[in-house]
Design a protein around this ligand. Sequence first.
Ligand SMILES: Cc1cc2nc3c(=O)[nH]c(=O)nc-3n(C[C@H](O)[C@H](O)[C@H](O)COP(=O)(O)OP(=O)(O)OC[C@H]3O[C@@H](n4cnc5c(N)ncnc54)[C@H](O)[C@@H]3O)c2cc1C
Ligand SMILES: *[C@@H]1O[C@H](CO)[C@@H](O)[C@H](O)[C@H]1NC(C)=O
Ligand SMILES: *[C@@H]1O[C@H](CO)[C@@H](O)[C@H](O)[C@H]1NC(C)=O
Ligand SMILES: *[C@@H]1O[C@H](CO)[C@@H](O)[C@H](O)[C@H]1NC(C)=O
Ligand SMILES: *[C@@H]1O[C@H](CO)[C@@H](O)[C@H](O)[C@H]1NC(C)=O
Ligand SMILES: *[C@@H]1O[C@H](CO)[C@@H](O)[C@H](O)[C@H]1NC(C)=O
Ligand SMILES: *[C@@H]1O[C@H](CO)[C@@H](O)[C@H](O)[C@H]1NC(C)=O
Length: 506
Amino acid sequence: MKLSAILLLLFVAPLSSHTLEQTPIHVHPVVEKRVAIIGGGAAGTSAAFWLSNVFGSHINVSTTLYERDSYLGGRSITVPIKDDEESYGYMELGASIFVPVNYNLMNATKRFNLTLTTLVDRNISERIGVWDGEQFLFQETSSGWFDKVRAIWRYGLTPLKIKKIVSTITGRWLDIYHESSAFVHMETIVDKLGLGDEVEMTAAEYYAKKGGLNERYLREIVQSATRVNYGQNLDSMHALGSHISMAAAGAKSIKGGNFQIFEQFALRSNADIRLNTVVTDIQTSLEYDSENRPITRYILETDAGTMESFDAVIVAAPLQSTNLKSFRRPEMPEYKTIHVTLIAGVPNSSYFDKSSIDVPTTIVTTGPPYVDHFDNGIPPWTTFAQHKIVHDSNETVVKMFSERRVTDEQLNELFESRSWTYRKEWDAYPVLKTLKSSNWMPIVLDGNTENGIDTSGIFYVNSFESLFSTMESQTVASKNIVRLLHQEWCAPAQDCPEFGDGWGSH
Ligand SMILES: Cc1cc2nc3c(=O)[nH]c(=O)nc-3n(C[C@H](O)[C@H](O)[C@H](O)COP(=O)(O)OP(=O)(O)OC[C@H]3O[C@@H](n4cnc5c(N)ncnc54)[C@H](O)[C@@H]3O)c2cc1C
Ligand SMILES: *[C@@H]1O[C@H](CO)[C@@H](O)[C@H](O)[C@H]1NC(C)=O
Ligand SMILES: *[C@@H]1O[C@H](CO)[C@@H](O)[C@H](O)[C@H]1NC(C)=O
Ligand SMILES: *[C@@H]1O[C@H](CO)[C@@H](O)[C@H](O)[C@H]1NC(C)=O
Ligand SMILES: *[C@@H]1O[C@H](CO)[C@@H](O)[C@H](O)[C@H]1NC(C)=O
Ligand SMILES: *[C@@H]1O[C@H](CO)[C@@H](O)[C@H](O)[C@H]1NC(C)=O
Ligand SMILES: *[C@@H]1O[C@H](CO)[C@@H](O)[C@H](O)[C@H]1NC(C)=O
């Protein structure tokens, strides 16, 4: 993400119903609702938080949050460098940065008294290089002015045109924060935001249609940003994914780790948090209320052998990763495998044929069509970025992304010496295929939300990820689902408070 941020900054300043029960007249019994959330990442923890803020005293919502792992945060997690955070600090292993227009994360940072920082330590003077296996097609120097002149010479006005497109699309996306009614289909919100073309066309088709854009800039810079951000190239991914990759100006992360936002969401929600607990299946059961009216309830089974019953279930993890027995579908979106390798060591500058002073600190490999200099036309890795200087040594801490596991032999060539290597393979984000209205995953997996016959339901936050896979957008998607429950459960007679912005008194 940082790459596009820097290149954009070279040119322009940054962007800157009904009720479940007929309430008897005069009496307002407290309605009890039980909600289960599967997944303690950005989506699940924020869902718990919104749920705790928006129902007044007439509806008593109790939430149980199930998380398979031993920590909250999901794909947002840090690891201690050399297993010793106190001496060396930590690295973000998954989701790393967010931007000032990510209003939920920014608000959370402020309200939870967290501190913003930059992803790369300030004492590393970050310089970007785009490497084609033989040479740097583009690289920053330490002179911003020189870089600017050279970029205009190489790319003309295309950077400005791209910048304008990105800001138009960002503006359309931001309309989602003004939505006051819930959407139940992904295509509804895509249409409303005017992002149809952006998801129906590949980035390459989209830019070709715009016309007059410098192909070199698209392949050297824009595609480098998409490779850093989503590990995907312009020919295969939808245009929105490319715009998001180019909208990284002002990128920040949370000091101590981004996961703290999600930990705070969960803790402040007062949800019953069950770590190390896998939900194995959801069964539907028909029960009868005190007045003998049928209501659907959902029984969650866990690997601990428990079975509990809920009015609503929020699935807040990619469905195929949950392994829920009743939800194995063939058409689920494929997720991109990304290998993250963290290394403390001394980079080998002769690998890039440079003296150590000249080597860019963040290197991105080129994708098609510039792949002739890589063995078999496949870049061995996607990014190589120095994040920190190890105190009192010549080592730096490097984060690499790659499509395949980086072998020890490859690392031995890239580094003169290494004292620590840490590997993680992620199912990182969806393969951002172009989407026609029929290919979206449903938001409502079960239940009859549209004609209001039944207020129970199973809701799927991560259907949103095929549009947009970021921490922020998952908190936006979870808020929509909580809004849907609010609409369903809060008939006027129930005296629910307005949904507002979802933050309650926090
Ligand atoms: C390497 C990498 C880099 C990224 N970089 C960025 C970035 O810079 N900025 C950004 O905004 N986004 C980034 N992302 C994307 C971002 O991480 C995701 O979009 C976001 O974190 C998804 O949050 P989530 O809550 O929807 O899913 P997750 O974080 O995946 O949470 C789902 C949780 O559900 C749990 N779970 C699954 N099944 C079950 C079950 N059956 N029972 C109980 N629990 C279950 C899982 O253990 C997991 O904790 C990156 C992702 C990766 C992998
Ligand atoms: C809400 O539900 C919880 C759990 O069932 C219960 O402990 C609490 O007393 C209820 N609160 C009100 C106001 O009814
Ligand atoms: C962020 O907080 C401000 C100030 O409280 C509030 O007005 C705004 O609605 C919040 N934004 C979002 C996206 O929740
Ligand atoms: C917020 O954090 C700062 C620094 O960590 C601390 O000094 C301050 O007391 C905190 N404020 C609140 C309200 O917790
Ligand atoms: C570099 O800066 C970080 C904070 O940004 C600091 O913790 C670290 O000690 C510094 N390293 C060196 C070698 O100065
Ligand atoms: C550094 O890279 C060069 C060029 O690839 C290689 O010849 C050399 O062996 C590498 N150095 C080490 C220490 O591996
Ligand atoms: C760092 O490198 C310099 C120059 O190569 C060398 O003189 C010094 O001893 C090295 N320091 C450490 C801690 O390895």
